[in-house]
Design a protein around this ligand. Structure first.
Ligand code: ZN
Length: 222
């Protein structure tokens, strides 16, 4: 008897040995969860603006340099993996090679700000991330998206234009790279996201209080 795909609301048949239909299986591989929709560059625009604002307002604070330092440590580790022949599994070597490529094409500051923006977005819109695993895969996707070298191009005959293709990382390699990026940026990213939320909540409380005071003042008019 055919089984249904396990993704909620999907009526397609599951693959012979899997829990999902072919389409959700592909999404799982690509995005880290069968129900994860890819986080786009456009999705990150507002969180990135907020992070850059915070960095600029606190340009003298050492935390940015320290975070870049943590990223450099990850990059050094990746270099070490690649330098030792046979070190690490194929997935670890792939993660290392992607990490080095990213560091060579994108400034540490941009990598850091983008990573923090993903943490901020996850705090603001938790439902856009299906699971922790999916979060890390999206983090890696957005960081890899910064490196144009990752994007091949092909000619789209329908539109007559060149299109960019995002080269997928195998799931295990994405998982490894996600762990490294979380190690570099996770603690500060979570701190910044919480700080942002607390400040927004405080601002909302103040706006409420101001409105209540205005209402009271209007009611007191004779
Ligand atoms: Zn499905």
């Amino acid at each position: 008897m055919p089984r249904h795909c396990r993704s909620p609301g999907c009526t397609a048949e599951a693959t012979r040995y899997g829990a999902f239909c072919t389409s959700h299986k592909a999404t799982l591989r690509r995005h880290g969860d069968a129900d994860q929709r890819g986080i786009t560059k456009a999705d990150l625009k507002a969180p990135l603006r907020a992070i850059r604002g915070r960095v600029e307002r606190n340009s003298g604070n050492p935390v940015w340099g320290q975070s870049e330092g943590r990223w450099q440590e990850v990059v050094s580790h990746a270099h070490a993996v690649l330098a030792r022949q046979g070190a690490g599994s194929a997935y670890v070597r792939q993660a290392a090679s992607e990490t080095v490529k990213l560091a060579e094409t994108v400034e540490a500051r941009t990598v850091m700000e983008t990573a923090f923006a993903v943490y901020l977005m996850a705090d603001q819109q938790p439902r856009r991330f299906a699971s922790d695993r999916a979060f890390r895969v999206q983090l890696v996707r957005r960081l890899r998206g910064l490196a144009e070298a990752n994007a091949g191009t092909w000619f789209d005959h329908d539109t007559g234009r060149m299109k960019r293709v995002y080269r997928e990382l195998p799931p295990q390699a994405a998982k490894v790279m996600g762990e490294w990026c979380a190690k570099a940026f996770g603690a500060v990213g979570l701190f910044l996201a919480r700080m942002d939320r607390e400040q927004r909540e405080a601002a909302a409380r103040k706006a409420d209080a101001d409105r209540a005071a205005m209402t009271a003042a209007l009611e007191a008019l004779t």
